[in-house]
Design a protein around this ligand. Structure first.
Ligand code: GLY
Length: 349
């Protein structure tokens, strides 16, 4: 078992992320121990319910269908009504068990219910373990875009159990892997006290074997890197923007394809390849680092995404939340595992 604590001093927030390979029934007991006789609801992804529901036999379960389109106003309302129907009060607890969709919408619901109740995250996908369950971003999507309605609301505790990843399908596993690779390329810029050299660690073993010890190690590193960033800049006014490495172009790919054809991680990988290309063209990095990075990525066999028309990409990149005063914001690689934020006007392309 290992524990990483997130400590946001300015807000007096301190919560543990417990990483433990344990029987799912033991995890259930731990969650109940945290709840400690209070009222609660569990929002669980339908896939996880099908696979693990017997061992996670909580009372008051709200089964949430899977897929990004479920992260909507209607389901937010349903979750809040479910809590009201079950007479939850200010001391009650919302527990999210699932991937980013379950975590994001439940976190937002928890932040709204009676102006905020305790929230527990149990991420069950690689993407949720290394990214969405850490750092307190909660949201739903609307017709106007992804994650446009949300809040910063930190959980009270996060339980990460790599056992869930054994049953994760390859597409979802690859999606999480895209974010893991992102951390490897931004490691030094996270200003983490510990040095891991995640790029080398990713070469140590075949990650697709899903060896639980190896996966736990990688997840822990990613969480520590994210912790370092979030503790310094919870609300993304500066440093946290580096977590968007590969995301400017990646989000545009996702939007163009209506969030259907490619997963988030695949789009991020394409976005990473794109920013490496820009950095090379602008002489920010040399050819050696460029080809080294392309080799790192190639090993994982992500699908290649065809190039879209430049005008279309620019239009979508300008719609990104990160775009400011008509400028497109990119996080560019500038040295080994190091990145910097750069703004470009439309005409600079
Ligand atoms: N997923 C990026 C962030 O949490 O800031």
């Amino acid at each position: 078992m290992s524990e990483v604590s997130i400590n946001i001093k300015s807000q007096e927030i301190n919560y543990p992320i417990i990483i433990e390979n344990e029987a799912i029934s033991d995890l259930k007991e731990k969650i109940l121990k945290f709840i400690n006789e209070r009222k609660y609801i569990v929002i669980i992804s339908s896939k996880v319910e099908k696979l693990y529901g017997k061992n996670l036999d909580f009372e008051n379960k709200f089964v949430l269908k899977d897929g990004e389109k479920e992260k909507n106003f209607k389901n937010l309302q349903k979750i809040l009504n479910f809590a009201l129907k079950n007479k939850l009060d200010r001391k009650s607890v919302f527990v999210a068990i699932g991937g980013g969709v379950a975590g994001d919408i439940s976190g937002l619901a928890a932040s709204l219910y009676m102006r905020g109740v305790d929230f527990v995250q149990v991420p069950t996908t690689l993407l949720a373990c290394v990214d969405s369950s850490v750092g307190g971003k909660t949201a739903i999507d609307t017709d106007f875009g992804k994650n446009l309605i949300g809040s910063f609301y930190q959980p009270k505790i996060v339980f990460v159990n790599p056992k869930f990843l054994k049953t994760l399908d390859n597409t979802q596993f690859m999606s999480g892997l895209g974010e893991v690779i992102k951390y490897a390329f931004i490691e030094k810029s996270t200003k983490c006290d510990e040095e891991f050299n995640l790029i080398n660690i990713l070469n140590e073993k075949d990650i697709f074997s899903k060896d639980e010890k190896y996966l736990s190690k990688i997840i822990e590193i990613c969480i520590k890197l994210k912790k370092s960033v979030v503790e310094k800049d919870e609300k993304e006014s500066n440093l946290r923007r580096i977590l968007n490495f590969g995301h400017t172009y990646g989000h545009a790919i996702e939007k163009i394809n209506n969030y259907k054809k490619y997963t988030h991680g695949e789009a991020v990988i394409e976005g990473i390849k794109y920013v490496f290309k820009i950095a090379l063209e602008k002489n920010i990095i040399d050819k050696n680092y460029y080809f080294f990075a392309m080799d790192v990525i190639k090993k994982f066999n992500f699908r290649n995404i065809p190039e879209y028309k430049k005008e279309k990409m620019i239009k979508f990149m300008l719609m990104d939340k990160k775009a400011q005063s008509g400028k497109i914001v990119f996080v560019l690689p500038c040295d080994y595992s190091t990145v910097k934020i750069c703004e470009f006007s439309k005409d600079e392309f």
